[in-house]
Design a protein around this ligand. Structure first.
Ligand SMILES: Cc1cc2nc3c(=O)[nH]c(=O)nc-3n(C[C@H](O)[C@H](O)[C@H](O)COP(=O)(O)O)c2cc1C
Length: 293
């Protein structure tokens, strides 16, 4: 059970709730929010729009940049009780290489996730939407670190399974999916785009059926591990993703509604798995699990 990158701020949570967050940490591994080589302010507000079944976000990757992350955030994230995955995004191959080399030499980091949902400024192609671009990104970074590389796939690709297969052939150890789908909302009065960034990414229950289909298809195209996410809110949803072929799952938008969602969903999943194996560990499943199955 992981978090979706950018959806759980472990440093702010610890600052707010204290060390109890570490004692009852909701995930088995923690994925940092995506960092870039240079610091970024992110997009102008407003950055969120609530849809009937999810969110559109246009956060724009605000972060301290590689140097700021290594000096300020990494020491705090290293105190988490679980392995750390650092998510990186480069706008060129050179940027990506510097990020992977810089993060990869740190012992505190267990794995690196390549967020390839952005255009390569050299080719104009979104790295994760094109199999050859994705392969190139992995080929370039694979020799720079011994840490496992996860490629975070974008659903805004015509054939995510082809991108996944290209990432696998180039040496990635895992793929994670889905990232957000493109979406937008108009201001109710002015009728111009609501989000400061113009458009944004849709997440939450609205995308779950799409995510499940993509996980199912990708899991049949590769042998490496698939980390499934997209609208998971309950143990039943998590069980569906595992049945579809995910070897691990991640929770994103649901953590905004329920910061302990990771723990709750894992508990619900354990009850479901036990009952499906015919083992009655708990004759009466927790009320939450019952209502949601
Ligand atoms: C507010 C917000 C910020 C996000 N930031 C990132 C990010 O920095 N890097 C990334 O790879 N994905 C990011 N995502 C995408 C999530 O990690 C996840 O792939 C997506 O939201 C689908 O899962 P969910 O429906 O459970 O949220 C973000 C999503 C949201 C809602």
């Amino acid at each position: 059970m992981l978090n979706g990158s950018g959806t759980f701020d472990a440093i702010a949570a610890r600052r707010t709730f204290g060390d109890e967050v570490l004692e009852r940490f909701p995930f088995d591994a923690f994925v940092s929010k995506t960092i870039t080589l240079a610091p970024r302010q992110g997009n102008p507000p407003p950055r969120l729009w609530e849809t009937p079944a999810g969110l559109i976000n246009s956060i724009g990757l605000p972060n301290k940049g590689l140097e700021g992350f290594l000096s300020t955030d990494l020491p705090e994230l290293a105190e988490l009780p679980v392995p750390l995955v650092v998510s990186v995004m480069g706008f060129s191959h050179d940027e990506l290489a510097q990020l992977v080399a810089g993060v990869g030499e740190r012992d505190e980091v267990a794995m690196i996730e390549l967020n390839v949902s952005c255009p390569n400024v050299e080719t104009g192609l979104v790295m994760g939407a094109d199999p050859a671009e994705a392969a190139r990104a992995v080929e370039l970074t694979r020799p720079l670190t011994e840490k496992p590389l996860i490629v975070k796939l974008t659903p805004n690709a015509s054939e995510p399974q082809a991108v996944a297969a290209a990432a696998e052939a180039a040496g990635a150890e895992a793929v994670s999916l889905i990232n957000t789908l493109k979406g937008m909302a108009l201001h109710p009065r002015t009728r111009s785009p609501w989000l400061g960034g113009g458009s944004g990414g849709v997440s939450g229950p609205a995308v779950r059926a799409i995510a499940l289909e993509q996980v199912y298809t990708v899991a049949r195209a590769v042998e490496i591990a698939v980390i499934g996410m997209g609208g998971i809110q309950t143990g039943r949803h998590a069980a569906d993703f595992i049945e579809a072929g995910a070897r691990a799952i991640a929770v994103g938008t649901e953590s905004f509604r329920d910061p302990a969602a990771g723990t709750r969903i894992a508990d619900e999943l354990a009850v479901i798995s036990a009952s499906e194996r015919g083992i009655s560990e708990s004759p009466t499943p927790p009320a939450g699990a019952r209502a949601q199955t």
